[in-house]
Design a protein around this ligand. Structure first.
Ligand code: NAP
Ligand code: MG
Length: 500
């Protein structure tokens, strides 16, 4: 195991945290896995093992579910006032903000993303999410409803917490995904078992310490590290879990649905994407070049809404492709904690192999490389050069499948009618996001209406806010995260009717 203490890029504080004896968090206590097993955590910039974390399994899942069940059925959580829950969420947001730099460093080390990005994006957005949802805790309400039946009744609805929620998250935004999941569930009055991604467990384990410090009652939040099969699958199948909320691949999303069928627990899913980006000839081309570049290269393309299919009008195609290729070639690859880093390594060796083999399959199927390619030139770590592919066709794997890496397929379109352009953008099983680049207001709104996607950005991409609902059409998911809409993921609606 590499000693982080001697790594000049890693602060003493983070080296101490990372090398501590890690514990999972069940019923308000930090404990080892029942089996005593652990698994390794890697630094993707070097490939070195930096620590080990508990490998939870079914017995730990059962303990966590029973703790969450007790905290929901008999515990103080359901008796706590909405403003009490809101205050705890706000306090957690404050604690997180006080440790902003520390979390950004942990995230960069564990996931590979630039520290400078985690500091201004991942951690502040997570803080915002806890604060935004703290506000909702006191505003979850039903309605009074006039009946048409002619009798004298008084009817109203109550919006109540759904119960015990299992939450399973991926590795691309480890802390932020934890916040997107935990904050609304807790605001609604649910209790939670959160499973962190095996590749990136560290920020979630540090967050467990802050949750404990904030004073959430035991059992309200339980946090487990482990594998999909050992923790995720038994959580999704568990009879005492009322709801499972999942973010990850469409393939595993389908497994979750099957596992949930046993007790018909409620399911929400935030899955993959192959998001189209449409550049019209009247767009501000310089802005479109930098915006569409960051649409695909932000977070190394490891975003479910990455703008991975770039459709550009033929009049400006060469200029845009040249511009995006320049941006790609200028990006400096370095470890996330290196101050000069503009793009870090991909999260894992597996992800690295997957992305490189997609680039190779594109070449084999006849695509041209305008920038990047399968060889990064970096000796150690899971680095992939930002890559621009041209001369693709709609049936190629690189155009159809989610690559989840910094690889974009650029495709020209002509002055054909708008419907055909929109049809091409919609030619995917996914429907998560899209962006449109034009100065023509009418065109922008027409395209926004035509796209079958949960999010459409105009002259921007990757703009997120706790107030904006986010989720997928088609095979990109079920339900919405964030905004007022996410409250529906974690509540049941009860109609009460009183004869007067
Ligand atoms: P994944 O396998 O779907 O993992 C997401 C989460 O589900 C992880 O916590 C994973 O555990 C867990 N999981 C795996 N198998 C499970 C099962 N049978 N039952 C319940 N939970 C299970 O995604 P991945 O392996 O990290 O990445 C694979 C691909 O998914 C990526 O290349 C990308 O295309 C896509 N992806 C999409 C998103 C998104 O935001 N939509 C995020 C990440 C990845 P482990 O930690 O043990 O894997
Ligand atoms: Mg996996």
């Amino acid at each position: 195991m590499a000693t982080l203490v001697s790594d000049p890029l890693v602060s003493r504080r983070t080296a101490d945290f990372v090398s501590q004896d890690h514990r999972i968090y069940i019923d308000g206590r930090f404990v080892a896995a029942a089996s005593g097993k652990t698994f390794p955590v890697y630094n993707p910039a070097t490939g070195d093992v930096i620590t080990h974390v508990p490998e939870a399994e079914e017995e730990d899942v059962n303990r966590a579910v029973l703790a969450a069940r007790r905290a929901f059925d008999d515990g103080p959580w359901t008796r706590m006032s909405p403003s009490g829950r809101g205050r705890l969420l706000w306090k957690l947001g404050d604690l997180l903000e006080q440790h902003l730099e520390e979390f950004a460093e942990i995230e960069s080390l564990d996931n590979g993303k630039p520290f400078s990005v985690a500091r201004v994006a991942d951690v502040p957005l997570a803080v915002d999410m806890f604060r935004y949802m703290a506000g909702w805790a006191t505003k979850i309400s039903g309605k009074t409803l006039p009946l048409s039946s002619g009798y004298d009744f008084h009817s109203y609805t109550l919006r109540e917490p759904i119960g015990v929620v299992a939450q399973i998250i991926p590795w691309n935004f480890p802390l932020l995904m934890a916040a997107w999941k935990l904050a609304p569930a807790l605001a609604c009055g649910c209790t939670v078992i959160l499973k962190l991604a095996e590749q990136t467990p560290l920020s979630g384990l540090r967050l467990a310490q802050l949750i404990d410090e904030a004073g959430f009652p035991p059992g309200v939040v339980n946090i487990l590290t482990g594998y999909g099969e050992g923790v995720g699958a038994p959580l999704a199948a568990h009879n005492l879990v009322d709801k499972v909320a999942f973010t990850g691949s469409t393939e595993v999303g389908k497994l979750i649905i099957r596992a949930a069928a046993g007790n018909l627990k409620k399911v929400s899913l935030e899955l993959g994407g192959k998001s189209p980006v449409l550049v019209f000839p009247d767009a501000n081309i310089d802005e479109a070049i930098s915006g569409t570049s960051s649409a695909i290269f932000f977070n190394h393309g490891q975003c479910c809404c990455a703008g991975s299919r770039l459709y550009v009008h033929e009049k400006v195609f060469d200029r845009v492709v040249e511009g995006v290729s320049h941006v790609a070639s200028d990006i400096r690859l370095a470890p996330g904690l290196d101050p000069s880093c503009q793009m870090g390594p991909l999260v894992s060796e597996e992800q690295y192999q997957k992305v490189v083999s997609y680039i190779e399959s594109g070449i084999a199927e006849g695509a041209n490389i305008a920038a990047g390619g399968p060889v990064s030139g970096v000796e150690r770590g899971y680095f992939v050069r930002p890559t621009v592919l041209t001369n693709t066709n709609p049936r190629m794997k690189v155009v159809q499948e989610e690559i989840f890496g910094p690889v974009v397929c650029a495709v020209p379109f002509t002055d054909e009618d708008l419907e055909r352009i929109i049809k091409r953008a919609n030619d995917t099983v996914y429907g998560l996001a899209a962006s449109v680049w034009t100065q023509n207001v009418s065109l922008a709104h027409k395209v926004a209406r035509g796209l079958r996607a949960g999010t459409v950005w105009v002259n921007c991409h990757n703009v997120f806010d706790a107030s904006l609902p986010f989720g997928g059409y088609k095979q990109s998911g079920w339900g919405r995260e964030m905004g007022e809409e996410v409250l529906h993921n974690y509540t049941e609606l009860k109609a009460v009717t009183v004869a007067l």
